[in-house]
Design a protein around this ligand. Structure first.
Ligand code: GDP
Ligand code: GDP
Length: 455
């Protein structure tokens, strides 16, 4: 009763049917050297992250959690690739495009001391076709005398240019205020249509793992509709493929079929494409090739999939190439390197021969069902009650934090909140997470367990 009284005292209500809500996404675009990295650091309020203009330097993290005036958003940075004179206009615009596609608003950074260049114009043309809100950042306006430089950027056709010095911080507050005005409360792109549209799948994996072979095999014998929503050939294209009697949407298949060949920055580009596909998908199929040792890139891509909060299926491809020695080693790799995703269903396939391709649908169904799952509050608290009675939290410094109540705050993926009288040990939280999985399943979905400490 005491606990019930505490609970009545103002914990926020959770809407069990609330849609998936993700922070809005802001893409920073512009040609090299205009100051995008400097601006990212300025907005993130730290120095360590990004400015490293060494040619050839690529980064694999491209999105950062950010906050302005208490509003959270995700910043997607498109810097960090090799500055190559050949085909630079198209390349800058092309790389920016991937980020713009997942963004709710765009910061277009221009060097006001240089003015509008041909590369800027290529970026502007790409942005016009997208119809997303754009805030023009007239950068390198370090003092008031240079503000006139900013005025010429009205010519870009995206409204008022905001004079900013990313280096010194001048003008960034006004610029960010303007961005907040056009930013929706939640991302329109990470979100999920509950309209019953086809389930959205991202096929991801390092180059040569067999993505396009699998796509061809799945599409080959079945009905395929190319869905070019944005209406231009340069946009990422989804394909609707019928499998197991139902239609599925494979997102950004153009990115798989087009096969980016970039000597420099390929890793960066691949990682950006992976993140962009994950943003749009509900479930990720991560392909791993069994004929080769699990690589760092495989692990990194898998990590991106886990962090994206999407449902997850692991497909072990090229099974036809597996010999006895590799088979033994694969088992070791799975136990050693994939233990943290033991919750994901495994399917063994051969994209080349089509062997086991029909195993994919049941695994996708299983993962998506877990991803959607909601545990009723009553059931969850009965589980917590029994668990805590049998395994109470260890006493720490004379105190024993208690769990008052738990609720599933959201699904897709499932997130739980435990209301407690003190901080739970990380080990105890892991124990609860493990028991949640044992009791309720959740095969194929990441789950999150958070705490709210009641003082
Ligand atoms: P990016 O290639 O667009 O990411 O550009 P960087 O952020 O790496 O910046 C390119 C160069 O411009 C660096 O030498 C920065 O120090 C410099 N820079 C960036 N912002 C400003 C600014 O507001 N004022 C001045 N004077 N220099 C800047
Ligand atoms: P992607 O870069 O991930 O799209 O990989 P691809 O589909 O282009 O495949 C890379 C190479 O692996 C090609 O030569 C394929 O023929 C080959 N490959 C793909 N899947 C299989 C498979 O299941 N078995 C075998 N033996 N080769 C495969």
């Amino acid at each position: 009763e005491e606990d019930a009284a505490l609970l009545a005292g103002g914990f926020e209500e959770y809407d069990e049917d609330a849609p998936l809500r993700q922070d809005p996404v802001v893409a920073i675009v512009g040609r090299p050297n205009v100051g995008k990295s400097t601006l990212v650091n300025r907005i993130l309020g730290r120095r360590e992250a990004v400015v490293e203009d060494t040619p050839g330097v690529t980064r694999d993290r491209v999105s950062y959690p950010a906050t302005w005036n208490g509003v959270n958003f995700t910043l997607v940075d498109t810097g960090g690739w090799e500055h190559d004179a050949r085909g630079i206009h198209a390349r800058v615009a092309g790389q920016a495009e991937v980020a713009v596609d997942v963004a709710d608003a765009v910061l277009l950074v221009v060097d006001a001391t240089v003015g509008i260049t041909a590369t800027d114009e290529a970026v502007v043309r790409m942005l016009r076709g997208k119809g997303k809100p754009v805030v023009v950042v007239a950068n390198k306006v370090d003092d008031i005398q240079n503000e006139a430089d900013a005025a010429q950027l009205w010519g870009l056709g995206f409204g008022e240019p905001y004079p900013v010095s990313a280096l010194h911080g001048r003008g960034t507050a006004d610029m960010l205020d303007a961005m907040m005005e056009v930013l929706p409360e939640y991302s329109a792109y990470g979100g999920l249509d509950k309209s019953g549209g086809p389930r959205r799948i991202a096929l991801i994996g390092r180059p040569n793992v067999g993505k396009s072979s699998l796509l061809n095999k799945l599409a080959g014998s079945e009905r395929v509709v190319v869905d070019d929503t944005a209406g231009t050939t340069r946009d990422p294209v989804d394909e609707l493929i019928e499998l197991g009697g139902r239609t599925w949407r494979f997102v950004d298949t153009a990115g798989i079929r087009r096969r980016q060949h970039m000597a420099q920055g390929a890793d960066f580009y691949a990682s950006l494409r992976t993140q962009s596909a994950l943003e749009k998908a509900e479930v990720a199929v991560v392909l791993l090739a069994v004929d080769e040792v699990l690589s760092e890139q495989d692990v990194r891509i898998l990590q991106l999939a886990i962090e994206s909060g999407r449902a997850l299926v692991l497909a072990f491809n090229k099974w036809d190439l597996l010999d006895d020695e590799r088979r033994r080693y694969l088992q070791i790799e799975i136990e050693r390197d994939l233990a943290h995703v033991e919750w994901a269903p495994h399917v063994n396939i051969s994209a080349m021969t089509g062997w086991h391709k029909d195993k994919l649908v049941p695994a996708l169904d299983k993962a998506l069902e877990s991803w959607d799952k909601r545990i009723p509050t009553g059931k969850l608290n009965a589980f917590l009650g029994e668990l805590v009675a049998a395994h109470p939290h260890p006493v720490r410094g004379g105190k024993q934090p208690r769990i008052l109540f738990g609720t599933q705050a959201s699904s897709r993926p499932p997130k739980f909140v435990l209301f407690t009288t003190g901080f739970l040990d990380p080990g105890y939280r892991r124990f609860i997470t493990r028991r949640l999985r044992e009791t309720f399943g959740f095969e194929g979905t990441p789950i999150e367990v958070n705490m709210r400490v009641r003082e």
